[in-house]
Each structure stands twice: as C-alpha cells, then as structure tokens.
Design a protein around this ligand. Structure first.
Ligand SMILES: Nc1nc2c(ncn2[C@@H]2O[C@H](COP(=O)(O)OP(=O)(O)OP(=O)(O)O)[C@@H](O)[C@H]2O)c(=O)[nH]1
Length: 240
C-alpha cells in the first residue's frame, strides 16, 4: 500500500507539532458519580496525588483532575470529572456527563443504600451519552472497613455489576488498595478503544506512517499493555 498525500500531511502535522512540544494530547474523559460521602474525591485524590484526607469536604458541583500518562512514548491525558453527590448539585453535575468515555459509579461498601442508588446514577449518566459509547465500572469504596456487612454488600454489588454490564472493583482510598490497579485497567481499556476509533477514522492508514517507528512502538504497546485486544484488531496494525 502506497502512502497517500493525506497520510504524509497527517504525519507532517503531527511530527511538526511534536517537535515543537505543542502536541495536543488526546484525552480520555472519565466521569465519577455516586452518593455523597461515598469517597469519590478520595479515590481520585489517592490516584492523582497519592494522598488521603480523613476530613470530609463536600464537592461543590464538579471538580476535575487531569492526569497525564504515556504508553511507549505516546502521551495521553485522563480527564477525570469528580461530581458532587449532594442532590442540590445534581443538575450542575449532570451537565458534565456528556461525552464520558468511562462512567465510574461509586458506592460505599459499608452503606448498602449507596449501592441501591448506583442504578439511578448510572441511568442519569447514560442518558447523556450515546448508547454503548462508554465503559461502565461499579466501584465499592472503603474496603479497609471490611466486615461481615461489607462482604454481604459485595455479593449484591457483583450481581448489580452484571445487571449494569459493568466491571466490578473494590478499593480503599485510605490504604491505596487496588486504586492504581483499577485506574490502570480503566485507562488501558479506554486507550485501546480510542486507538481503535482513530484507526477507523484513518482507515488503517496510520499504520503506514513514516519509517514505521510509530507503529512498531504502538503495536508493542498494544501487546504489552492490552493483552485483551482481539487478534483481528492487532492484525489491522500489521496488515501493511
Ligand atoms: N475508611 C475510609 N474512609 C474513606 C475512604 N474513602 C473516603 N473516605 C472518607 O469518606 C468521607 C467522604 O469522602 P469523599 O471522598 O469526600 O466523598 P465524596 O463521594 O467525594 O463526597 P461528595 O463530594 O459529597 O459527593 C471522607 O471523610 C473520607 O475521608 C476509604 O477508602 N476508607
């Protein structure tokens, strides 16, 4: 397959902006929803700042964090929207649900009522997005408080996650247990998805770009980080 002039333009533009350090990083948008006090802000703070605050400060409306990550030299931004759980902020927060590639629905393992409310939170977030356009996660927080009640709640949570077609995780922002692992999993899935979308947009031409360095790095990243990627998708990369 020959390089088209469009491919070359695309490459020139990217390389030029990269060499000037002005590359606009692709972004993956996460939205975190759930009742007040379940630990949404604490979860994000543990991941982004590696800290934990015992004192509760309610989120006012929405907050956001940008976390940059790189896979084999390809920079990405995770844009994490932390929404308020308080009812009075719901209409402000819901304005930020649109375009979420990842919806993280959070509940407190020590408070079963917060699990009951997750379906409503998810429904509200999904209403603002195209069907099947977002990855859904159900996250039980405060795992460090684990006792018999939490364990029963967890069994219900696994059932809920199946019904919601969500992936279930339990974490502790206090101890950090599972927090990095959780966000790495979310980022990997979302990154993989965005790469597939890019490929569809460029009709696979990206694989032909330049000397092939980009794609060899990319395919390496895919193999190392995304073992869940289907072989047909990997084949698209190697077709040339
Ligand atoms: N023991 C324990 N406490 C936690 C954990 N995560 C959060 N908390 C505490 O739970 C309280 C509420 O946490 P936040 O992160 O502010 O809750 P939120 O869901 O962001 O609340 P809103 O902003 O009102 O929606 C705080 O006092 C935290 O210290 C955890 O993993 N373990």
């Amino acid at each position: 397959m020959e390089l088209t002039s469009q491919d070359l333009d695309y490459l020139d533009r990217n390389l030029e902006s990269a060499s000037h350090g002005s590359l606009i990083y692709p972004e993956i948008v996460f939205v975190v929803v759930g009742d007040l006090y379940v630990g949404k802000t604490s979860l994000i703070n543990r991941f982004c700042k590696d800290n934990f605050d015992r004192d509760y400060k309610a989120t006012i409306g929405v907050d956001f964090e940008i976390e940059r990550f790189e896979i084999s030299g390809i920079p990405y931004n995770l844009q994490i929207w932390d929404t308020a759980g308080q009812e009075k902020f719901k209409c402000i927060a819901s304005a930020y649900y649109r375009g979420a590639e990842v919806i993280i629905t959070v509940f407190d393992l020590a408070d079963i009522q917060t699990l009951d409310h997750t379906k409503q939170w998810l429904e509200d977030a999904l209403r603002e997005n195209e069907p099947d356009s977002s990855f859904i996660f159900l996250v039980g927080t405060k795992k460090d408080l684990s006792d018999a009640v939490c364990e029963r709640t967890e069994l219900d949570a696994i059932r809920f996650a199946n019904e919601m077609q969500a992936e279930y995780w339990s974490v502790s922002a206090k101890t950090g247990e599972n927090v990095k692992e959780f966000f790495s999993r979310v980022a990997a899935l979302a990154f993989e998805q965005s790469m597939i979308k890019e490929l569809e947009k460029t009709d696979g031409h990206m694989v032909q770009i330049g000397t092939g360095n980009l794609i060899s790095k990319l395919s390496f990243a895919f193999c190392v980080y995304f073992p869940c990627l289907q072989s047909e998708e990997l084949e698209k990369f190697f077709k040339c």
